[in-house]
Design a protein around this ligand. Structure first.
Ligand code: NAP
Length: 354
């Protein structure tokens, strides 16, 4: 009876809305948390092939900043002002008119930054069902076993093609992508050094994530000299998560036939940031290959990635650091925190308990 009344009256649906477009690093005040209402059994669901999701976990990812700009030329459209942000989530199906999903299923894929999201049939096709596993927390499907983990796997193996014994450098190394790049490269027999923005993160890289060495780039004003110290013989592979000065410094330290995977440029304040490169000339005499990539180009390898990384994790060969914030209200500050290095490991928001 109480449930029937709740359905009839609807339930609270908190949402995180984008107030307006942003050109530089976003601030908390660029978003607002608003309380709206939704119905758990929407009458218009029948015959629509849509799904109603209850969101459990949301992922904060640096690419979301790109969607806060009024720019339509990218691989993904901008957010719509006054509408909830979108991102990868782990959710439970509350109600479904879609033949592939039923109430109670756990899924991961694009959802809204809100408690409940109505997913269109087209969007529903991009959701992936999660099979519950006692050894794998559901939220790991947003990091280790989700898009960032796959970015690490595809970028390292498909773009950089590592060989045993090679020297690998990873920036933003303790983050969602970087922590897995380093561990996979180690498992592949490489020598791995990571950079990060605090001594605590450096300690995690060396003592928890198994990197051979690590340094705090904020303590080293001369990045080219720092990399020379950590790689006296030069770098074979640079997995670039940050761009800017670190990319320039790495270019000055690459070995002949070195490879650079340009994964992200989180250090740039805006797209119009002037970027001064001093070491580009190395590309030719050292025959360096630099390639930008999107993880979505390699989705055919996703099942192989899932199998490999799940097995490594269960065997204890890979560890995973997650930074969990509680409640949708904490989402704006968590997202903004990515751009000052506040997160320690993969940044996730718990919206509701399972
Ligand atoms: P993350 O590393 O978990 O979080 C972002 C980190 O970036 C921060 O913790 C901070 O770490 C670092 N950072 C922030 N501002 C910086 C600055 N000005 N200079 C240097 N470092 C800075 O994020 P992630 O999800 O793993 O993403 C890492 C990179 O991969 C991002 O550039 C992202 O856009 C990219 N990415 C690309 C793809 C693709 O398909 N190409 C897919 C996913 C992610 P420190 O404290 O260490 O500075």
């Amino acid at each position: 009876m109480a449930m029937a009344m709740a359905m009839a009256m609807g339930v609270e649906n908190k949402q995180v809305l984008l107030k307006g477009y942003v050109d530089t690093i976003p601030k908390e005040s660029d978003m607002e948390v608003k309380v709206t209402q939704t119905q758990l059994n929407p009458p218009n669901l029948k015959g629509s092939a849509a799904i109603l999701l209850k969101n459990l976990y949301l992922s904060c990812d640096p690419y979301m900043r790109g969607r806060m700009r009024d720019f339509h030329g990218s691989y993904i459209p901008p957010f719509v002002p006054a509408q909830p942000l979108e991102g990868f989530g782990v959710s439970q199906v509350v109600d479904s008119d879609h033949p592939d999903f039923k109430a109670g299923d756990y899924v991961t894929g694009m959802t809204g930054w809100e408690q409940y999201t109505l997913v269109s049939p087209t969007r529903a096709q991009q959701l992936r069902k999660i099979h519950l596993d006692d050894d794998i927390p559901l939220s790991y499907h947003l990091g280790l076993l989700g898009m960032p983990g796959f970015t690490a796997y595809a970028g390292l193996f498909e773009v950089c093609c590592p060989k045993k014994g090679e020297y690998v450098f990873v920036s933003a190394a303790s983050g969602a992508v970087g922590q897995l790049v380093g561990q996979l490269a180690k498992l592949h027999g490489c020598y791995v050094v990571g950079s990060a923005g605090s001594n605590h993160k450096v300690d995690l890289l060396k003592n928890k994530l198994g990197f051979d060495d690590a340094f705090n780039y904020k303590d080293d004003p001369n990045l080219t000299a720092a990399l020379k110290r950590y790689f006296p013989q030069g770098i074979d592979i640079y997995f670039d998560n940050v761009g800017g000065d670190m990319l320039d410094a790495a270019l000055g330290n690459m070995r002949i036939f070195g490879r650079i995977a340009a994964c992200g440029m989180v250090s740039l304040n805006s797209l119009s940031d002037p970027q001064t490169m001093h070491n580009l000339y190395n590309l030719i005499p050292k025959r360096i290959k630099i390639q930008g990539f999107l993880q979505s180009d390699y989705l055919d390898s996703f099942p192989r990635f899932l199998e490999h990384v799940t097995t490594y994790y269960k065997q204890g060969k890979i560890v995973y650091i997650e930074d969990m914030n509680e409640g949708l209200e904490s989402a704006p500050s968590a997202l903004v925190g990515l751009f000052s290095g506040k997160n320690i490991g993969k940044q996730v928001i718990r919206v509701a308990h399972q």
